[in-house]
Design a protein around this ligand. Structure first.
Ligand SMILES: [Mg+2]
Length: 272
């Protein structure tokens, strides 16, 4: 466990070596608190302003990376100069060029097949819903009453075994969410690709994320960047550092947006 001040210090040391920062920011559970439904996890004006301040820094490039669709991230976070990796890295907007990946037609038919099988098996349970996404779909069950959880997961696990046996899709488990995607897409794979681009070879990467889907990114960045798990120290992770919650993340980002030399006290109050 490294506290906020030590994190900041190591970041500044990294910058002293003359490299600009490449900041990867997960959204749900990292920039904002997790909400009962994804549409309730909206950014505050303060967060938008903070991202604006980060995006204008010449010594830093910021990218929001999320399982959410690209269009949704761009709509929620209208910040000029901010970059986005949506659908777990399956879609990308890197200013000023746009890349995106489309799921092939055959996959779509298969996806619908697996989706309807899942719906049929879960129909007697309350508190879940399916969100269609650009490259797949997500099953959300945050509102499933606790007493159904055991039986629900037993059915879900059987369905997952069948999906996996076909080896055509991958399943990504998050916090009360299970996502089905084409093979090969992950946050780690997307970051690996970005870091291999010549325009990013000089950057020092920092990654902040809270969930299992961030672990592939933590593993890719082992030994070559700063990786920060948002959550309690002690949780199993490949990240090198911890921050306890989104509030601490925003505090950390404030320090990056307003480094010591030009901090005016607006966001930083003396702790003394
Ligand atoms: Mg998250």
């Amino acid at each position: 466990m490294t506290d906020f001040h030590a994190l900041l210090k190591s970041t500044i040391q990294a910058r002293r070596r003359g490299r600009p920062l490449l900041l990867f920011l997960d959204y749900d559970g990292t920039l904002v608190e997790i909400a009962l439904r994804p549409e309730l996890a909206r950014p505050t004006p303060e967060l938008i302003e903070l991202l604006n301040r980060l995006a204008v820094r010449a010594d830093l490039k910021a990218m929001v990376i999320s399982g959410r669709p690209l269009w949704e991230l761009q709509e929620m976070l209208p910040v000029p100069g901010l970059n986005f990796l949506g659908s777990h890295g399956g879609e990308a907007f890197i200013s000023p060029c746009l890349h995106s990946q489309q799921v092939v037609a055959a996959d779509k038919d298969d996806l619908l097949h697996w989706r309807s099988r899942l719906e049929a098996r879960l129909q007697t349970f309350p508190g879940w819903w399916i969100e269609d996404k650009p490259l797949g779909f997500a099953l959300h069950y945050r509102q499933l009453p606790e007493e159904y959880l055991h039986e629900f997961l037993a059915i879900l696990n059987r369905w997952q075994e069948q999906v996996r046996s076909e080896k055509r899709f991958q399943l990504l488990a998050g916090k009360k969410v299970l996502e089905m995607l084409p093979q090969g897409i992950s946050k780690g794979a997307a970051i690996n690709e970005i870091l291999s681009l010549p325009s990013f070879s000089r950057y020092f990467p920092i990654y902040l994320g809270d969930d299992i889907t961030d672990e592939s990114a933590f593993r890719i960045l082992q030994g070559q960047g700063l990786t920060i798990k948002v959550g309690h120290p002690g949780s199993k992770t490949a990240a090198s550092h911890f921050l306890p919650d989104p509030e601490a993340v925003r505090h950390f980002l404030n320090a990056l947006a307003f480094p010591l030399e030009d901090r005016n006290g607006k966001y930083f109050k003396s702790s003394g």
